[in-house]
Design a protein around this ligand. Structure first.
Ligand code: AMP
Ligand code: DBH
Length: 546
């Protein structure tokens, strides 16, 4: 890092790639000497007045985005924000997200990319874990009052000095006043950490994923190539803009890298998205499987033409073969399956792959330098084609989470492979087929929920003696969340009471269990832990019978 903030300690001594790996990635041209800020500067020179971003009633050219990033960098600097400072950003799909992201990048300050659905528990955890000095929000969205959330978290976060608001700011800083004349800045280096992504996680607290300019831009660059993006591409951001998939696979950043146009949908439903596809002549977008179902159904009743759409990317959770089959005939575009993770590795089916491969696999790694191992529970390679645990290492896969030594020991092998927690098999051509999951996580239609995090919150209720949170099959979401509870003194509560309790603890709505089941005992393993496998089988059978 260039400079150190005097306001709070800078502890970014995270384990980087070992020198021999880093040298190789540099030497092979994977890591280049370019930051996000420099990438945008280059694009503004190249594409000037061409449209970069469309959102709401705003239409920004590359030149305007570049200028706004410079002006905001000056504004953030005027607040005393320095290189290395952490800033939690929680914004819906609006163009300002990009002005802020690039401005902070130019300053060398580090955005922590929260999602709009996060609530007090998550936001407070990000602010405290990173000693963040600023929190950037909108005033209100989807009837949620983000300024109210800022007021709730502020007293708990001793390093938090600034709340910046896009929109009516009340006592906070309105973003509009931070567009100041551009000043010279000492920009960060390409191999510095650029920002933090969030992991769905499988432990008590969401983990922070440090990504560097060089490693992330490598994945963005190759993703744009794999997806054939050009200056004529129009990418619709339907999923939350900060999520790794629509940000980088190839997403909005890949589109900007290719000189194309990024269109921001306020909501991924057909009411918003179909109108934008027709109006802006969108060529490519990305969805999670439950949204694919909604889009497929909606074509029957909507009149908008989707004929500009060439590619629909689907990822975040397993796409069923039956649904995959309907995509091209119903939406008139090509399907691309994407299996990725904010920690790094991204796999794509290629646009010239056979239908067989596209419908049945989750693709192959983006880079020839992605190392993949499929191993048994003792880290021994399984036989070719057999199912095992997926380990990966490569030029854009992290070697450690931020400040989580205990978790790092569990999530990485001693030689630096990331334990994805996914159970997969490889087909003879090296394509990945996702078969299940070993990690204690629920994938609710692409949203990842750590069972342990929800269990910890449930156990805080005085009426609960023990809790196990598991996935149950759901026809729409793929998986739904089921809380299996043992009551203290037999006092069972209504589901609504439990939901209210969890909301009151500031847990994001998507983590609140869909079902609450009260049991007199929870099955145990020999080691005395709750036997979730047995519980899952028991409940899946019982629920199927209901
Ligand atoms: P995260 O680590 O929170 O970014 O979530 C990444 C995880 O999402 C992966 O490890 C998988 O468990 C899951 N995932 C992402 N894409 C797919 C996909 N196409 N099919 C199945 N699971 C997926
Ligand atoms: O689920 C994910 O996290 C994900 C899915 C597809 C991802 O991070 C990505 C592509 O980059």
């Amino acid at each position: 890092m260039n400079k150190q903030s005097t306001s709070q300690p800078l502890t970014l001594d995270f384990p980087h790639w070992p020198p021999d790996f880093a040298n190789r990635y540099r030497h092979l041209g994977y890591w280049q000497d370019q930051t996000f800020g420099q990438m945008l500067r280059h694009q503004a020179k190249e594409y000037g007045e061409r449209l970069a971003l469309v959102g709401g009633d705003q239409r920004w050219s590359y030149r305007e985005l570049d200028l706004r990033a410079d002006q905001l960098a000056a504004g953030f600097k005027s607040l005393g924000i320095l290189a290395g400072d952490r800033i939690v950003i929680q914004l819906p799909n609006i163009p300002e997200f990009f002005a802020i992201f690039f401005a902070l990048s130019r300053l060398g300050a580090l955005p922590v990319l929260a999602l709009p659905a996060h609530r007090q528990a998550e936001i407070q955890s990000f602010l405290i874990q990173t000693n963040a000095v600023a929190y950037i929000i909108v005033n209100e969205d989807w009837n949620f009052d983000y300024r109210g959330l800022a007021r709730q978290v502020q007293p708990q976060c001793k390093f938090l000095q600034h709340v910046v608001v896009v929109g009516e700011a009340e006592e906070f800083h309105p973003i509009d006043r931070l567009y100041l004349p551009a000043t010279t800045l000492s920009e960060p280096r390409a191999e510095d950490v650029a920002f933090f992504q969030l992991s769905g996680g499988s432990t008590g607290l969401p983990k922070l994923i440090p990504r560097t300019h060089a490693d992330y831009l490598y994945s963005v660059r190759i993703s744009a190539e794999i997806c054939h993006l050009t200056r004529d591409s129009v990418y619709l951001v339907a999923l939350p803009v900060a999520h790794n998939f629509p940000l980088s696979s190839p997403g909005s950043l890949g589109t900007l890298y290719a000189g194309g146009q990024v269109v921001l949908a306020h909501h991924p439903n057909p009411d918003d998205a179909f109108v934008l596809i027709a109006k802006e002549q969108v060529t490519i977008t990305a969805l999670v499987p439950p949204l694919v179902l909604i889009w497929l159904e909606a074509t029957a009743t909507r009149h908008q033409s989707l004929s500009s759409l060439q590619v629909l990317q689907v990822g975040g959770a397993k796409l069923s073969f039956e649904v995959a089959k309907r995509i091209t005939s119903t939406l008139g575009c090509q399907l691309q399956q994407v299996f990725g993770m904010a920690e790094g590795l991204v796999c794509y089916t290629r646009l010239d792959d056979s239908t067989e491969i596209t419908l049945n696999t989750q693709g192959r790694p983006l880079s020839p330098a992605d190392e993949i191992r499929v191993v048994d529970d003792y880290d021994q390679d399984v036989l070719p084609g057999e199912v095992g645990n997926l380990l990966t290492r490569g030029p854009y896969t992290i070697r450690a989470y931020y400040q989580a030594p205990e978790q790092n020991r569990r999530s990485f092998t001693s030689d630096g492979f990331y334990r994805t927690g996914d159970r997969v098999r490889l087909n003879p051509s090296g394509y990945v087929v996702v078969e299940g999951r070993a990690k204690d996580q629920i994938n609710r239609g692409g949203e990842k929920i750590s069972s342990e995090e929800v269990e910890n919150n449930l156990l805080a209720h005085p009426a609960i003696y023990n809790a196990a949170v598991i996935a149950i099959p759901d026809p729409f979401l793929g998986e739904a969340i089921c809380a299996c509870l043992m009551a203290r003194n037999g006092a069972e509560l209504e589901a609504e009471q439990m939901k209210g309790f969890l909301r009151g603890r500031g847990l994001a709505t998507y983590k609140i269990p869909d079902r609450f089941i009260w049991l007199t005992v929870l099955p145990q393993t020999g080691a005395g832990k709750v036997d979730k496998k047995t519980l899952q089988t028991l409940l899946s059978n019982a629920i199927a019978d209901l």
